[in-house]
Design a protein around this ligand. Structure first.
Ligand SMILES: Cc1ncc(COP(=O)(O)O)c(C=O)c1O
Length: 386
């Protein structure tokens, strides 16, 4: 089959007709490179599944159907790991799943540790559960890449009030993929200190050549962990609502404590689309990854040419670039200047916590043309007006 880059199929006027958050938050003169939606059409198997449901009027409440089996098949094929479908629970989305699980495995007032910089919704959602969010800063290497800081983690996990650690693997916004050895060390540390390990693996299908995603539950040390998976990022299904919480062998009892109606906030379209994506969306995903791989390198050359003051560690995974703009003199929130003066929308670094000061996150899941235009607009925002 001829491969087609899903990122070059939709032009700007077509994308501007979209009603999703990415395209509606800002006025039409702003180029949106912010929230984690992709500028792609749907994968053909997803189109088929949703069309059939529309024709059937199949728009009632969701049931999980055989989604867990579909995910297990995908995970086995892609990561060599077979999760037990009986240990999976349907939830509306990853964020909701994490909240449900935290409510079961921790108590109000307990500390939930998370590797910073932190995906902004977690900074709001976790405190809303009555738990206390504490950042465990990742370490910035000489290459500008943020990785787990195992020494700091060992010390932070030993605090008696820490009861859960939320790992984000691959990491948003850093774009890093922890190694098997790092994960084993994290799992062992959590076990030693009686801290529950939760692993957000939403970006797992989006790992580039050169790095390898290791599902935390594939490690024997992590048999009490709970992972969260979804097709929503890799196949752009976020608005359809469907994710799975997956329990390690010693966490199954906890997962069963989640109220039975937790899955009610999942959408049937989300389940059907995700099922189709996991079962038959593999070749589309390969084409997408080739396009994203091209874009992550294109971004490097565009920044080198037009904005050499920006620090960019090419991500190992995700379609998100975590840009160090501290040398540009744009203050704590460079995205504000890019928006105001360049009419291009990135995600604001400070929304990711203190470690995000001077940073901005750019979503490169778009066409090379739009990406190029975005960087030119950013450059225009920093060029002194003559
Ligand atoms: C790391 C991470 N976790 C969770 C989410 C949110 O996922 P959901 O829409 O399934 O709650 C995102 C969305 O971008 C994300 O990047």
């Amino acid at each position: 089959m001829v491969s087609v880059n899903p990122l070059t199929q939709l032009d700007l006027p077509t994308l501007r007709r979209r009603r999703s958050m990415k395209w509606r938050r800002y006025p039409d003169d702003v180029l949106p490179l912010w929230v984690a939606e992709m500028d792609t059409p749907l994968a053909p198997p997803v189109v088929d599944a949703l069309s059939q449901a529309v024709h059937l009027g199949d728009t009632g409440y969701a049931t999980a159907g055989r989604l867990a089996e579909a995910f297990a098949g995908f995970a086995f094929h892609r990561f060599g790991w077979w999760p037990d479908p009986a240990h999976c629970v349907l939830v509306g989305d990853v964020a909701q799943g994490i909240v449900e699980v935290l409510t079961v495995v921790t108590a109000p007032g307990d500390v939930v540790l998370i590797g910073g910089p932190t995906y902004p919704p977690f900074r709001r959602l976790i405190p809303r559960t009555g738990r206390v969010l504490r950042e465990n800063p990742m370490a910035r290497g000489a290459d500008g890449r943020f990785r787990l800081d195992l020494d700091r983690l060992a010390s932070d996990l030993s605090a008696p009030d820490v009861k859960a650690y939320l790992l984000v693997n691959p990491h948003n916004p850093a774009g890093t993929v922890p190694t098997r050895a790092e994960l084993a060390a994290v799992a062992a540390m959590c076990e030693k200190h009686g801290v529950r390990l939760l692993s957000d693996e939403i970006h797992a299908p989006l790992v580039f050549p050169g790095s390898q995603f290791v599902p935390v539950l594939s490690l024997p040390e992590a048999d009490r962990a709970i992972a969260f998976v979804s097709a929503s990022k890799a196949w752009n299904l976020a608005g359809l609502k469907s994710a799975l919480a997956v329990a390690g062998p010693r966490a199954v009892t906890d997962l069963r404590k989640i109220p039975e109606d937790a899955g009610i906030s999942a959408g049937l379209f989300g389940v059907l689309a995700s099922d189709a994506a996991f079962r038959a969306g593999g070749s589309w995903l390969e084409d997408l990854m080739a396009g994203l791989d091209h874009n992550r390198m294109l971004l490097e050359s565009l920044l080198a040419k037009h904005l050499p003051g920006i620090g960019y560690a090419v991500p190992e995974a995700t379609f998100l670039a975590w840009l160090d703009c501290t040398d540009l003199g744009l203050g704590d929130d460079p995205a504000a200047a890019f928006l105001e003066r360049g009419r291009v929308a990135l995600s604001s670094g400070p929304d990711f916590g203190g470690m995000g000061r001077g940073y901005a996150r750019l979503n490169f899941a778009t066409s090379p043309e739009i990406l190029t235009e975005g960087v030119l607009r950013m450059a225009a925002a920093v060029t002194p007006i003559r």
